[in-house]
Design a protein around this ligand. Structure first.
Ligand code: ZN
Length: 444
């Protein structure tokens, strides 16, 4: 790690945070054009040509390429998103959009999701361009808009409309690379698989009436409350095979985490951040998040809408998720509920690939004695669009020992999001080493 990289990544991250490209799901939110232009200015300084894509005003993504000399050599895309999720300012100890640097930590929304990597990838890419890097395989840098609302104006759109430009054999984006200390040495999780979404809108029906005489009325809000209660209580059995098993074994975690019997009690005893990961990696989860309903204080409501964030496990079909949702709501209430769902299934990449091997070699040098372990991500990333288009997609970014796995999970979309500067410097190095070894003049 050089202090130059640390300083450059810190400054870039602070500017990205200050741009506050908050994506609340509306087409006109995000305004990633500000960070797209910031990154364009930064990369153009190295003489790179930048492609711009703006399918919706303000939702700009940018692509920079260093063309390879051998069209048969594997191509690699480093991808970061520029948007962030909204904040609740009351929960923060500092201004979430000031990008303050305090005791070696950069504070702000996006500090770990994932403006840190968007910045460190740009710093590495500029360094490659400045040094006149001549790879065999093409290496690209893509800063995308709209990752936080399903990539409609970002990765999903680019894959649909600009596939020739953005397609790569291998893609690296968020997330992973926390140093986990185990009896066998440091282990670095790499995201190879991500859960699917089955976001559902439940419309609960009732019968309108005068609220001054509520006796035995068919109140949609009261039915909705029961639906929410059932969803919160619903607990399908854990799924303890596949990537979860490889992660538990790779990290040397307790065997109880692979046993259905007593699984809940086991995760109950563990730190909350870890318990959350363990629970969501092994279950289809149901989180009621939005409710709308009622018209007036004196009117019995005849309609209430509940939005539920359902996350499906790898290999689970939409039909399976629907079956679980019906089971959770219960046959007696289903007749009062209309359900609309959107299925965005899970995705995964294999680990017997040349990139996995190269990443393992590079990181074991940077972080002595470390080894990679495959990890299942509970949220969705833009990797899914690229995997579906045939790329191998991993989530990775090297972090220092100061930032723990469970801290990361609590800060992700949470309060007081921040990252240490050492991580920013450290996360720049793998990109440079991978460029050299995997697509570069020294690739095998
Ligand atoms: Zn993210």
């Amino acid at each position: 790690m050089t202090t130059d990289h640390t300083a450059a990544a810190t400054a870039l991250l602070q500017d990205l945070i200050r741009n506050a490209c908050v994506n609340d799901g509306r087409p006109e939110s995000g305004e990633e054009i500000r960070s797209a232009d910031l990154l364009t200015g930064y990369l153009e300084g190295a003489g790179l040509d930048i492609e711009r894509y703006e399918p919706q005003p303000g939702r700009r993504s940018v692509l920079a390429k260093i063309e390879g000399s051998d069209p048969n050599a594997p191509s690699l895309l480093l991808m970061g998103h520029t948007d962030v999720v909204p904040v609740n300012v009351d929960g923060w100890s500092r201004d979430p959009f000031s990008g303050e640097l305090v005791d070696g930590m950069v504070w702000g929304r996006g500090a770990v999701d994932m403006l840190n990597l968007t910045a460190s990838m740009a710093v590495a890419f500029r360094q490659l361009a400045d040094s006149g890097f001549k790879p065999k395989g093409t290496i690209s840098y893509l800063a995308v808009a709209d990752e936080e609302a399903r990539g409609v104006w970002g990765a999903d759109w680019l894959i649909d409309h600009e596939l020739d430009d953005v397609k790569a054999d291998y893609v690296i984006t968020e997330s992973g690379g926390f140093q986990v200390a185990t009896a066998n040495g440091t282990r670095l999780p790499v995201m190879v698989e991500e859960k699917g979404t089955f976001w559902s809108k439940l419309t609960v029906r009732g019968t309108p009436g005068h609220a001054s005489s509520p006796y035995k009325t068919d109140n949609a809000l009261i039915t909705a409350a029961e639906v929410v209660r059932r969803l919160a209580e619903f607990q399908p059995p854990p799924e303890l095979s596949g990537t979860w098993r490889r992660l538990v074994e790779g990290l040397g975690l307790p065997d109880e985490l692979l046993e259905e019997e007593g699984f809940s009690e086991t995760i109950d005893r563990m730190p909350l951040g870890f318990g959350r990961i363990a629970h969501s990696c092994t279950h289809t989860t149901f989180a009621p998040t939005v409710v709308h309903g009622g018209t007036k204080t004196n009117v019995i409501p005849d309609q209430v809408q509940i939005e539920v964030d359902i996350r499906t496990l790898p290999g689970q079909s939409g039909e399976h998720a629907q079956k679980l949702l019906h089971e959770a709501v219960g046959a007696d209430l289903l007749e009062k509920v209309d359900i609309e769902s959107g299925d965005d299934p899970s995705s995964r990449s294999e680990i017997d690939t040349p990139l996995w091997d190269a990443l393992g070699r590079v990181t074991s040098r940077l972080c002595e004695g470390s080894a990679l372990v495959p990890w299942l991500m509970t949220g969705a990333t833009d990797n899914r669009f690229f995997r579906r288009a045939g790329s191998v997609g991993y989530g990775f970014g090297l972090f220092s020992e100061r930032l723990k796995f469970e801290d990361y999970m609590t800060m992700f979309h949470g309060n007081d999001e921040r990252v240490d500067q050492e991580s920013l410097g450290l996360s720049t190095d793998p990109w440079l080493a991978i460029a050299e070894e995997f697509v570069g003049p020294h690739s095998g």
